[in-house]
Design a protein around this ligand. Sequence first.
Ligand code: PSU
Ligand code: MN
Length: 303
Amino acid sequence: MKPALSREVAAALASGQPVVALESTIVAHGLPWPANLEVAKDLEAAVRRCGAVPATIAVIDGSLCAGLGDEQLERLAQDGATFVKAGATDLAVALARGGCAATTVSATAKVAAAVGIRVFSTGGIGGVHRGDDFDVSHDLVALAGLPLAVVSAGAKSILDLPRTIEAMETLGILVLGYRCDELPAFYRRASGVRLPHRVDTVRELAEILTVHWRALGGHGALIANPIPAAAELPAELIDAVLQQALARAAAAEIRGKALTPYLLAEISRASAGRSVVANRALAVHNAEVGAELAVALSHLLAR
Ligand code: PSU
Ligand code: MN
């Protein structure tokens, strides 16, 4: 697997400058057009503002790209529905067939790790789905085996969070709460699910990760970063909207890969777009923290 790096990403990696990977499924399948293009651009701008180079990852016309140009980013957003949703395991099919694919957290993490990127910011990672304990996102398994930190607003609140945190423990994913004691629940800052570790500075996150990777040969880490308080959605709204979306998904027999995009679209519809505003705010915040972390790591890992 030889990803095509944009000139900017290649130069940054070659000189040890901080780089933050960004995924493309949130753009193609997680958010509606045209908000998705705005979010894609906001995420890249946030990474730059905080001193790192963004590397959005996607398969474009059979080529595995890290670092997209404006035109590619626009295609991803506008034609998102025509992009296959590719997890790490699906990449071979997408690449061999020569089409376009949006990479999920698992696929993005795999590509990022392959080119030496250590930090990846997303909205919320996948996990154990509610009502179907066997639908466990490959995100968790992939993360468990890659030396990479994913900054995420916990896991998406459409999931079974207590089972998701247990699955991460089983798999050996290092979970660090960034300025929080509980696993954030995407649209909400807290979930009632306690985290094993709380860290209050980016500097300490970087120190812990350096020990984890360098001294202990550790792999994936989840940096759980709660949605900014001002952007949090009311609990009653989320509960009502979520119940409705889950019931509709069950009635329509939506399963597997289609489930997460379906639920996110239903939640957006039922909340009159408020969930999209919240999703955008939390994803941008993750991009900022990811960039700060990449900057701190670039100093420590250079030693
Ligand atoms: N975070 C978001 N929106 C999304 C996703 C994450 O804010 O659409 C995507 C990610 O790409 C993640 C995927 O990897 O949802 C999980 O899908 P599944 O549950 O099918 O594994
Ligand atoms: Mn799944």
